[in-house]
Design a protein around this ligand. Sequence first.
Ligand code: ATP
Ligand code: MG
Length: 264
Amino acid sequence: MQVIAIANQKGGVGKTTSAVTLGGIARRNGKRVLLVDLDPHGSLSAYFGLDPETQSPSIYDLFQKPMGEMELLQLVRPSAHEGMDILPASMSMVTLDRQFVGRGGMGLVLDKTLKMLASEYDIAFLDCPPILGVLMVNALAACSQLLIPVQTEFLAIKGLERMLHTLEMVTRSRKTPLDFRIVPTLFDRRTKASTTSLRMLRSRYQNLIWAGAVPVDTQLRDASLAGQSAAWFAPTSRGTQAYCSLMRQVVDLPKAIPSAREGL
Ligand SMILES: Nc1ncnc2c1ncn2[C@@H]1O[C@H](COP(=O)(O)OP(=O)(O)OP(=O)(O)O)[C@@H](O)[C@H]1O
Ligand SMILES: [Mg+2]
């Protein structure tokens, strides 16, 4: 199973949107997809109608006691799309950092869980919380690739430096170096702030940055209101097409998304 984490310590940069849209594109390419909601706020779970305030069991329970495969399969919930499932979040996950402070050995909980689910899914997307804690550490240990969405504006670039520093610290103990890519998001080519930031990002990070950019596209917002991935809700929109291109170039799915006429 390919495991792709989507993380940035800055909030509101498009992490959840990226997970849901890329997940939908992978599904439409015939992959069996698992979306993992590691954010105690549970935006990804809520996207598909699962209330993080009442969600039980949730990823919280993975950290309380080891689960067998049957228990684990009960934890998995369906999304709006067949073949794309969710490991849901709950608000209680906010207490995990306090529970495990100073206690080692909790960094591989997610890795072990995903290994148990490896025969059920082809690809998993991990939607990370915007804070460095036990959940993000677990994601960075479990993933084979990391995408770092960065909003194309000056403050977000500052946040990126912090994220890269975190990455260096947290991934020191990995056996293999982590393959990561910066993904410019919320790009608005009409504004100078956006075009200048994108140029800065490209010159500063060169081969660490994906060559494209996800544009501001209200269809992505509308898709979340409709509780569907934009891969179904708006497959031909500029936003979805940008994510398709990201998928082809970075995640290595040659077909990305079928045209709007095929099998919708
Ligand atoms: N390319 C885009 N065009 C327009 N709106 C977008 C785009 N990407 C994300 N959004 C909207 O911006 C808001 C923040 O996006 P999202 O929730 O994906 O960010 P996030 O990084 O997961 O935030 P958080 O850190 O709070 O979890 C949402 O309302 C989402 O619908
Ligand atoms: Mg989010």
